[in-house]
Design a protein around this ligand. Structure first.
Ligand code: GAR
Length: 208
């Protein structure tokens, strides 16, 4: 059984998609052992509680120095002992120590087709604003392993979504979530839980 901890900052629709996929058997061999938010008010925490999943808040606001927050966050993760950490709309830069310690065991969902519209400053609605400003006709979402860079780790799965001329950032965000994010995040977790993929030479390949 793959024990996962899901880290969230906001609404938690991706968390919900993962919980639903485990409940309906689309994702197998997986248990969510905890949800951690950096934001006390995140609706994602309520979603976890409603599903009977232990939910925690570790907020940078409760610490005077960043390093103390980093240690508290890492401590909470260590306490839970996850096999995999899933960043599902987690808008906090991970402590370097944590990335090293959990190399190959952290994944992130990003709302564009990496390497477009990713890296520092590209998160949430901003990603879709940038896509519309550039006038791309296709966007999408990506699930990737997390490395030391921002959105630079090995790509696990991507799904394209068509852009429409009447799109606003909000409309596009919703379509990318519905058509791509809520599909590929559970799928990536299922692949990992069932040993279907591995990282070779910095790329994700199917395990033979
Ligand atoms: C999602 O669109 C996710 O891809 C994005 O934040 C949103 C969270 O929504 N993540 C990033 O932009 C990371 N760079 P949710 O809380 O409803 O799942």
């Amino acid at each position: 059984m793959l024990k996962i901890v899901v880290c969230v900052s906001g609404g938690g629709t991706n968390l919900q998609a993962v919980m639903d996929s485990i409940a309906d058997g689309t994702v197998t061999g997986t248990k969510i052992i905890g949800v951690i938010s950096n934001n006390k008010k995140a609706y994602a925490l309520e979603r976890a509680q409603k599903a009977g999943i232990p939910a925690f808040c570790v907020s940078p606001k409760d610490y005077e120095v960043r390093e103390d927050f980093n240690q508290a966050f890492l401590h909470k993760i260590e306490e839970l002992e996850p096999d995999l950490i899933v960043l599902a709309g987690f808008l906090v830069v991970l402590p370097g120590e944590m990335i090293k310690r959990y190399a190959g065991r952290i994944i992130n969902i990003h709302p564009s087709l990496i390497p477009s519209f990713c890296g520092t400053g590209f998160y949430g609605l901003r990603v879709h604003e940038a896509a519309l400003e550039r006038g791309v006709k296709v966007t999408g979402a990506t699930v990737h392993f997390v490395d030391e860079g921002t959105d630079t780790g090995p790509i696990i799965i991507q799904k394209p979504v068509m852009v429409e001329e009447s799109d606003t950032p909000e409309i596009l965000q919703k379509r990318v979530m519905e058509q791509a994010e809520w599909v590929i995040l559970p799928k990536a977790i299922d692949w990992i839980a069932n040993g279907k993929i591995e990282i070779k030479d910095g790329k994700v390949i199917s395990r033979q």
